[in-house]
Design a protein around this ligand. Structure first.
Ligand SMILES: N[C@@H](CCSC[C@H]1O[C@@H](n2cnc3c(=O)[nH]cnc32)[C@H](O)[C@@H]1O)C(=O)O
Ligand SMILES: [Zn+2]
Length: 429
């Protein structure tokens, strides 16, 4: 189908400008942005009225565990290690593939409705997550999380990961890409990580891993290996593979230089870090050093939602208060972290900008709500006043997957019903 968005306010994140223009989408790509251009296709043309709407690249959720929506609100107000060991991991041991499928759909609906068009996931029963992605029309980088404290479990995880990558890499017209996901340096011993690095090079996929999330992790790594997580992973050669590192809360200046040198994608999850009291990542310092910093929500059980508009605002406010500087992490930078910079952090080169030739992953925010008036500065309005519910239309890969807040592919009521039933049962035991 050919889609023409007429008279929208289009965000150009290369120049950080907002321009009144039309956008033409042919197939899965943006073919033209401008005014008064001729459209040849007349028959199969869908025209969207862009007045009172701002078009921006679809938001990129750089780190989540999407099916963890099933555990949302089941257990809150705990530190990470207690939360994982005593609540989440026992409940996860009862999960079935079908549960993960419905939980993933619930999370995907939530993401689409708040403007996310790409997410990076680490979980298990990944075939089910991939089916949910395929059906929903969203884009995703998917990885099977591997915990190797018990070597047999690590081996099983690696085998499943390799099969998953072979089956799904590039599927759904390229909407699905894959990664290898050793869970964290404290759950994956060096010998296992070495095997993962070899496989990642052989399969040419990135590595997705939690790094330096809490001070507990820092103590564990210090005790076991006499160093810090980033140095430990560097010495193993892990960063020779394109790495997507979630959290990176506790990193010193020298580690920031390591992250920069290897172009590690550092995914900042401010709300999860605040809620689990993990700490405050030195985002301003990382950005100044030239690290590719993206943004993520983490799972819905530690956030507790998957709304990237909220997340980018939280990122900005957290840096302002921790640096005691209101100029820190300004509106444009936090929007870039959720879009163009986030794409680069994940190693995705065809999304994150509204630019001719790029994949057509576009969201339209309805700017006709009171929170968008007066129209002083659209970047400030998006970063500090917009809400997930202002997302009106979502296009991924050239297809409209939500129009006027109605999902075109998914049955939202059925998804809520199934996910609720399954989530309650899993946590009750
Ligand atoms: N336990 C599985 C694979 C783990 S997938 C990824 C794991 O990350 C867990 N997780 C979710 N949020 C966080 C976080 O913030 N830090 C560390 N782990 C997390 C999540 O509960 C899930 O168990 C196996 O070996 O078969
Ligand atoms: Zn996580």
């Amino acid at each position: 189908m050919t889609i023409l968005i007429k008279n929208a306010t289009v965000l150009d994140l290369n120049r950080f400008a907002a321009v009144e223009s039309d956008i033409l989408i042919e197939g899965d790509r943006i073919s033209k942005i401008g005014v008064d251009f001729e459209v040849k296709e007349k028959e199969n043309l869908k025209v969207i009225d862009g007045r009172n709407k701002v078009a921006l690249p679809g938001l990129i959720n750089g780190h989540t565990h999407v099916a963890m929506t099933l555990f949302r609100g089941a257990s809150d107000d705990l530190p990470l290690m207690d939360w994982l060991n005593n609540v989440i991991w026992p409940s996860e041991s009862r999960l079935t593939g079908e549960d993960v499928y419905w939980g993933s759909l619930l999370g995907i609906v939530e993401m689409i409705k708040s403007g996310t068009t790409t997410f990076c996931d680490m979980y298990f029963f990944m075939d089910e997550v991939a089916h949910a992605v395929e059906q929903s029309g969203i884009r995703a980088v998917l990885s099977r999380g591997m915990v190797a404290l018990d070597p047999a479990n690590g081996e099983k995880g690696l085998k499943e990961s390799v099969d998953f990558i072979k089956n799904w890499q590039g599927k759904a017209n390229g909407r699905i890409t894959t990664a290898l996901a050793p869970h964290a340096p404290y759950t994956c011993p060096p010998e296992f990580l070495r095997d993962v690095i070899v496989e990642a090079k052989r399969l040419n996929v990135p590595i997705n891993i939690h790094i330096s999330e809490t001070l507990d992790e820092i103590s564990i790594i210090k005790e076991r290996y006499g160093t810090t997580p980033v140095r430990h992973l560097e010495s193993l050669g892990l960063f020779e593979v394109k790495t997507i590192g979630a959290h990176l809360v506790h990193v010193d200046d020298e580690e920031i230089q390591i992250l920069k040198r290897y172009q590690v994608g550092a995914i900042h999850n401010p709300q999860s870090n605040m809620k689990l009291a993990s700490g405050i990542a030195p985002v301003v310092k990382m950005l100044e050093a030239g690290v590719l910093v993206g943004l993520g929500t983490d799972g819905a059980a530690s956030n507790n939602d998957l709304d990237m508009i909220e997340e980018l605002r939280a990122a900005s406010y957290l840096q302002k208060v921790s640096n005691m500087n209101p100029e820190a992490l300004n509106a444009k930078t936090s929007i870039a972290m959720a879009t163009s910079l986030g794409a680069r952090a994940l190693g995705l080169t065809e999304i994150g900008l509204l630019q001719e030739g790029y994949k057509a992953d576009i969201i339209l925010l309805n700017t006709n709500e009171t929170n968008f008036y007066p129209r002083h500065n659209i970047f400030n309005l998006i970063a500090y006043s917009a809400k997930g519910a202002d997302v009106d239309t979502v296009i991924v890969d050239g297809e409209i997957i939500m129009e006027k807040r109605q999902l075109t592919r998914l049955d939202e009521e059925k998804i809520k019903f199934e996910a609720n039933k399954r989530g309650l049962k899993l946590v009750a035991g």
